[in-house]
Ligand binder design. Structure first.
Ligand SMILES: [Zn+2]
Length: 346
């Protein structure tokens, strides 16, 4: 970890080793897997604050450890790059999360599965940021346990992200550097912009199924239903047929959450449904149960992944046969579409 220092204070030293990382990158590209363990919880990200294409990554990175929620991840990205995936600093920091090359070799992986490990790939950058943040948070907690440093874990973790954990150890807290102190203050003020307090505050916490319901709502904040299950004239095809799910009209990029614990059986493209995820929930009352999430702008899970209720599934969009951003949510019982309303307490 002694090299794991990405702040501008040490940027020149770290930047000097920039070209050393190319062979390591090649190695990682061959050996690095494209998948992370399933995210544990949905967290609480305020709708519409994070660019839609980054929402699934921010949710996944923000679910890696309880100390670092998605709002912290988002606040750091704004401070580091203002959401510019091509950002380059004068001292050599790169991409959305402004990794120095030396730090990137430790934390970068091919999380987006595109065959390269790059700090300019938003998925790779955001997931590496989550891993690095969580590693620093664990290190800070060890410092606190041993009486080496004192203060709130988040503040000290942010200070370590900016100045390096060695500086936190040296000063027993936030180092007396103007830049580092300003960084901690700035991130903490930005967190409130991204955090959906109404949905349960920060941290990675998973969702729960409300008492009396079989499933949780797949969206936070009880959004309006814009089209119910049942027969209707289809808004795109004009044909009178069964509307196989419920529509919720919410902005593009709104995080979608798993309605129950389950296993992802499909995550990909369907001409009608656009970006679609199907989750199998096993058997209830002798019947197989599945839920589907459709028209997404981004998919945040992969086939075979196990998810907990409330876990991020993707982001609302308008892909496939769709006339505007909404979530089309379906429930299948023994493979047949049924009205989702009673399942989610609507
Ligand atoms: Zn629909």
């Amino acid at each position: 970890m002694s090299e794991g220092n990405k702040g501008a204070l040490v940027g020149l030293a770290a930047g000097a080793g920039a070209m050393v990382f190319a062979p390591v990158l090649l190695f990682l590209a061959v050996s690095g897997g494209g998948t992370e363990p399933p995210a544990g919880g949905g967290g609480a990200l305020k709708s519409g604050t994070v660019p839609a294409e980054y929402v699934p990554w921010v949710l996944r990175a923000g679910a890696m450890c309880p100390e670092i929620g998605p709002a912290v991840i988002a606040a750091q990205i704004e401070a580091e790059s203002n959401w510019n995936p091509e950002a380059r600093s004068p001292v050599g920091a790169q991409g959305l999360s402004q990794f120095m090359p030396g730090t990137w070799t430790t934390w970068g992986r091919d999380d987006d599965g595109n065959g390269r490990v790059s700090p300019f790939d938003p998925g790779d950058a955001i997931m590496a940021q989550g891993r690095y943040d969580c590693s620093l948070a664990q290190q800070i907690k060890r410092y606190k346990d041993r009486g080496i440093a004192a203060g709130p874990t988040l503040d000290l973790t942010l200070a370590a992200y900016n100045a390096g954990p060695g500086a936190v150890e040296q000063y027993g807290g936030i180092p007396p550097y103007t830049e580092t102190q300003g960084y901690v203050t700035r991130i903490k003020s930005l967190i409130s912009k991204y955090e959906d307090v109404a949905a349960g505050g920060g941290g990675g916490g998973g969702g729960t199924i409300p008492a009396g319901q079989k499933m949780a709502m797949p969206l936070a904040g009880n959004p309006p239903m814009t089209s119910p299950y049942g027969m209707r004239v289809h808004p795109v095809t004009g044909v009178n047929k069964l509307h196989t799910g419920m529509d919720f009209g919410v902005p593009s990029g709104t995080p979608i959450r798993a309605a129950m614990d389950g296993t992802v059986t499909f995550a990909g493209w369907n001409a009608g449904y656009g970006n679609r995820v199907v989750i199998s929930h096993g058997t209830m009352d002798g019947k197989t149960i599945a839920t589907t999430y459709n028209h997404m702008s981004a998919i945040g899970v992969s086939k075979g992944q196990k998810v907990k209720v409330g876990a991020p599934v993707g982001a609302v969009g308008s892909t496939g046969y769709s006339t505007g951003a909404h979530l089309h949510f379906e429930v299948q019982q023994n493979g047949q579409y049924v009205n989702p309303a009673p399942w989610i307490g609507k």
